[in-house]
Ligand binder design. Structure first.
Ligand code: ZN
Length: 139
């Protein structure tokens, strides 16, 4: 029998750019789901944030945020969206880096590399509420 388990992780961000490690929260949801073999989908239902996967090393997290800024150019006058809002860079980042990641689940565990942690990438914080949808499907 295929199970579908759905949960929303609620987060608060405290700065404009931030990487929040949600790996253990996602692992908890997989455990609670009871799914042994299947898939876990991690989705940020936001147009100005992304879900990314990488190593949790403080220097590297700073490096990633630096590169995100370099690529998305916050405050640039060339972005038309900045004429009606001030967050074109965050929309562009979300479009480039994506809102969703999917992992296999095998024997009740997320199949991921040792250096593959799961992060919400905030690009337009601080926000009192950011949600991450986790859907676990399988048997
Ligand atoms: Zn906007």
């Amino acid at each position: 029998v295929v199970k579908v388990y759905y949960e929303v992780i609620k987060l608060t961000t405290t700065t404009r750019f931030q990487l929040l490690d949600i790996t253990s929260s996602v692992e908890d949801v997989v455990k609670k789901s009871g799914v042994k073999n299947g898939l876990v989908l991690i989705h940020a239902p936001h147009a100005t944030a992304s879900i990314i996967v990488n190593e949790h090393e403080p220097g590297l997290l700073d490096d990633i945020i630096e590169k995100v800024k370099e690529l998305t150019e916050p405050g640039s006058s060339k972005w038309k969206h900045n004429m009606i809002d001030d967050n074109a860079h965050a929309h562009i980042g979300s479009a480039l880096f994506g809102s969703t990641r999917v992992f296999p689940v095998v024997n009740g565990r997320i199949v991921r590399g040792t250096w593959q942690n799961i992060f919400l990438l905030e690009m337009d914080g601080p926000r009192s509420l950011r949600e991450v949808v986790v859907m676990v499907m399988g048997e």
